[in-house]
Structure formats: structure tokens, C-alpha cells
Design a protein around this ligand. Structure first.
Ligand code: ATP
Ligand code: MG
Length: 306
């Protein structure tokens, strides 16, 4: 029997296979061969990995919300799971539907899994922004599962049959127990499918606090990216809140972490251009809420009551 010995962990599987074959033939471990193969691997690795080629290898998916892609090097990396999070009524569902619309315009198949809303309500919400999603459903490019009670196996089966490029889960809190989901076999099998099939996924989650509180949950740690939604009112009687979006995390991406104000237009969400947002959230402040209120408001000029 061959002696078990530690093999260098950076050796490629291909090289490992060659090594194992020769060692079997020789009936003993062969450190000379191992070192040679390791050296060859390193040379190949050097050739392959440089900043330019890596950037070219990462396929960016345009999210379709004017202003957002510019904050994340042109788009989210394909096959990522992005957590879209924030308190209630801050635009998470609208943003996610707009992300699917962008895919549909490019003839990509898309699925919206809603665990709380009915299909009719989602369609109504889309029609308000002029998105004719009925047409895409008829053509077979869009599937909406409203008030869904699907099992993990059924979701995976849907992936296999429908072959989506973009999906949305609204929301993960209603589908998974927040404390157990990362380790759960259900989530791990869904995640494996998403990775294997390079599906770009938005996972909506719920927060009981706004941007002023730096508190992260299990979903945030799991996500390849985190986009936080919030709104603030200047005073209690202020009828029109200002909505904000902040990219809090995006793996393998240089991000603009400023909170950016956005508006609801008649075509969906749109980020307001650079309006001199000079203050960063997260700066020491006795009152985080005060800091949000110090950000320039765009409301008066840009947001018309709907
Ligand atoms: N056309 C519009 N103009 C202005 N505000 C709008 C418009 N459409 C929706 N809103 C506001 O956006 C909020 C709802 O958006 P959306 O459903 O996307 O939010 P959400 O974060 O998904 O909410 P929830 O947590 O309840 O699911 C509402 O509070 C509503 O006031
Ligand atoms: Mg919603």
C-alpha cells in the first residue's frame, strides 16, 4: 500500500491525477515528480492570472436600474446571489421586477418567486411602470410563482425545465428560518444549482432597521452582494419620503458605497445623479438617523406625488 503523505494543496487536480498514476506504478511516493508538477502548475497559474484577464473572465450582468450599474463596475457578476434588503415599503420588489425586465428585454428567461404576494398583485405593480409582463409570460420568457408553497426539489426542477438566467426570491425570510438556512440542505442545493447554471439571483430579505444601524444578519453574510434600501422623512408630517439605495457589498467588485437617493418614475426606479453626497453613512455620529437627514434631499424637485 502507498504511504499517505501530505500533498501540496495548490497542486491542480489534473497534476494530482498524473502524480497518483505514477506513484501507483512506482509503488511509492515520488517527491521529485510532485515538485516538478507543482512548479509547472505555478507557471501556468502565473500566466493565467493577471488583473486584466480576471476582469475579462467576470461576466457582468446589467441590472437595468438607471445609475446602479455604474456603482458596481458595470453590473453584477453573473451567477451571483445579491441580497436586496431593507425595511418595509422601500422599493425592494419594484427594483427586483425591474431587474427581471432588463433580462426579458434581452430575451433571457426569468422567474419571480413570491412567497407572499399573489401573481395578480405583482402584475398590477408592473403595469404601473409600463412593463408589459403579460406579453413575456405569454411568450414563455417569464414565470411568476405567486404565494408560492414550492418545495426545494420543485424549485430545482423548475430551474432544470425553464432554464432561467435571472431569478428573484421575494422574500427569503418567508421561505427560510434565518438562523438555520445557511447550513440547511435546502438552501445549499438551491445555491449549488444557481452556481452551476450561472443564474443571476436577487434574494429579497427584510430588515427591521434602516441604513443608520450597522447590523448584519445571516442573509447578508451569505450574499455575494448586499444592496440596502431605505427611506427617510425630514419630519413626522413630511408626506414624501426620500428613498435611498446603498451598495454595501459586492464580491470581486470595486463598489461605490455612498447611499444614493432614487425616485419612482413612471418607468420604474432611477438613481438621482451625483448631487454632492458628501457625507458617508457610518461616520461617527451620535444619531444615525440625524446623519440620513443631513444627506441632501432630492425630494422637493424630483419626486412628484403619484
Ligand atoms: N409610482 C410610485 N411613486 C412613488 N412611490 C411609489 C410608487 N410606487 C410605489 N411607491 C412606493 O414604494 C413602496 C412600495 O414599493 P415596493 O413594493 O417595491 O417596496 P418593498 O420594499 O418591496 O415593500 P415590502 O417590504 O412591503 O414588500 C410603497 O411604500 C409606495 O409608497
Ligand atoms: Mg416587497
Amino acid at each position: 500500500m502507498l504511504d499517505k503523505h501530505p500533498i501540496h494543496t495548490t497542486i491542480s487536480t489534473e497534476a494530482l491525477r498524473i502524480l497518483e498514476r505514477y506513484e501507483k506504478e512506482l509503488g511509492a511516493k515520488n517527491t521529485v515528480l510532485e515538485r516538478a508538477l507543482l512548479g509547472m502548475d505555478k507557471l501556468r497559474f502565473k500566466e493565467k492570472v493577471d488583473a486584466h484577464s480576471i476582469s475579462r473572465l467576470i461576466k457582468r450582468v446589467e441590472m437595468g436600474i438607471p445609475g446602479v450599474d455604474e456603482l458596481i463596475e458595470g453590473g453584477m457578476p453573473e451567477g451571483f446571489v445579491i441580497v436586496v434588503t431593507g425595511p418595509p415599503g422601500t422599493g425592494k420588489t419594484t427594483f427586483s421586477l425591474q431587474f427581471l425586465m432588463e433580462g426579458l428585454k434581452k430575451d433571457e428567461r426569468c422567474i419571480f418567486f413570491s412567497f407572499e404576494e399573489k401573481v395578480e398583485q405583482i402584475i398590477k405593480q408592473s403595469i404601473r411602470f409600463g412593463w408589459d409582463i403579460g406579453e413575456y409570460i405569454d411568450k414563455g420568457y417569464l414565470e411568476i410563482f405567486g404565494f408560492t408553497m414550492l418545495s426545494t426539489e420543485e424549485i430545482i426542477e423548475i430551474f432544470n425545465v425553464f432554464k432561467p438566467k435571472r431569478i428573484v426570491f421575494d422574500s427569503l425570510n418567508t421561505f427560510f428560518d434565518i438562523h438555520e438556512f445557511r447550513r440547511s440542505s435546502q438552501w445549499r442545493s438551491i445555491l449549488k444549482e444557481i452556481r452551476d447554471k450561472k443564474i443571476s439571483c436577487l434574494a429579497i430579505t427584510e430588515k427591521r432597521h434602516g441604513l443608520e444601524v450597522k447590523e448584519f444578519d445571516e442573509f447578508d453574510f451569505m450574499g455575494d452582494g448586499v444592496i440596502f434600501f431605505d427611506k427617510s422623512q425630514r419630519h413626522d408630517l413630511d408626506p414624501y419620503p426620500t428613498y435611498y439605495i446603498q451598495i454595501q457589498k459586492m464580491r470581486i467588485t470595486k463598489i461605490n458605497e455612498m447611499p444614493h437617493p432614487f425616485i419612482f418614475t413612471d418607468r420604474g426606479l432611477e438613481l438621482i445623479g451625483n448631487r454632492g453626497l458628501t457625507k458617508r453613512l457610518g461616520e461617527p455620529s451620535s444619531s444615525g438617523q440625524k446623519l440620513i437627514k443631513e444627506l441632501p434631499s432630492v425630494r422637493d424637485k424630483d419626486i412628484a406625488p403619484s
